[in-house]
Design a binder for this molecule. Structure first.
Ligand code: AR6
Length: 168
């Protein structure tokens, strides 16, 4: 079966999917942006579990429960900080999408939602990031049990970028 890839606009903490992906930092101890929103909505139990996980290197992903979120799980991944493009930023961003999906597959999940990883505080150019996100997800869902992937855009500009890439 081919997975459905969709772009939606809104707050990722409201989505009822098997897992939402968090654009975290390598401490996994919370921060601003989408990370802050996810921790606020999930409640303090999420931070307790993240402390036990003990961090995550850039490009990798870790799974926790979703606690008070409508999503059953959170997949925390750490995007690269944009430093001009010559520091493996593209490869590391692609790894975030691929490793998050691989973790979802390992845990038997079927639906997940991604924010636009690295494009806020970490400064990755939004159009290049969207190209990488869509290409990585298209490749990684092939021959898996993943049924639906939502690209959750916070801005109208991001929504338009993803809609164009997904031919919606
Ligand atoms: N739902 C969906 N998307 C959101 C939400 C939300 N509730 N809030 C923000 N966004 P950012 P990064 C969008 O900065 O660039 C944290 O402090 C936002 O508009 O959250 O990967 C971490 O702890 C943007 O499009 O993540 C790290 O230190 C996208 O989410 C650092 O920020 C990502 O922006 C990670 O920076």
């Amino acid at each position: 079966m081919t997975a459905q890839l969709l772009a939606v606009r809104g707050d990722i903490t409201r989505l009822e999917v098997d897992a939402i992906v968090n654009a975290a930092n390598s401490s996994l101890l919370g921060g601003g942006g989408v990370d802050g929103a996810i921790h606020r909505a999930a409640g303090p139990e999420l931070l307790d579990e993240c402390r036990r996980v003990g961090g995550c290197p850039t490009g990798e992903a870790r799974l926790t429960a979703g606690y008070r979120l409508p999503a059953r799980h959170v997949i925390h991944t750490v995007g690269p900080v944009w430093r001009g493009g010559a520091h493996r930023e593209e490869e590391l961003l692609a790894a975030c999408y691929c490793n998050s999906l691989a973790l979802a597959v390992q845990h038997g999940l079927h639906s997940l939602a991604f924010p636009c990883i690295s494009t806020g505080i970490y400064g990755f150019p939004t159009d290049a990031a969207a190209d990488i996100a869509v290409a990585s997800v298209r490749g990684a869902v092939r021959d898996t049990a993943i049924e639906q992937v939502l690209f959750c855009c916070f801005s109208e500009a991001d929504l338009l970028l993803y809609r164009r890439l997904l031919d919606l």
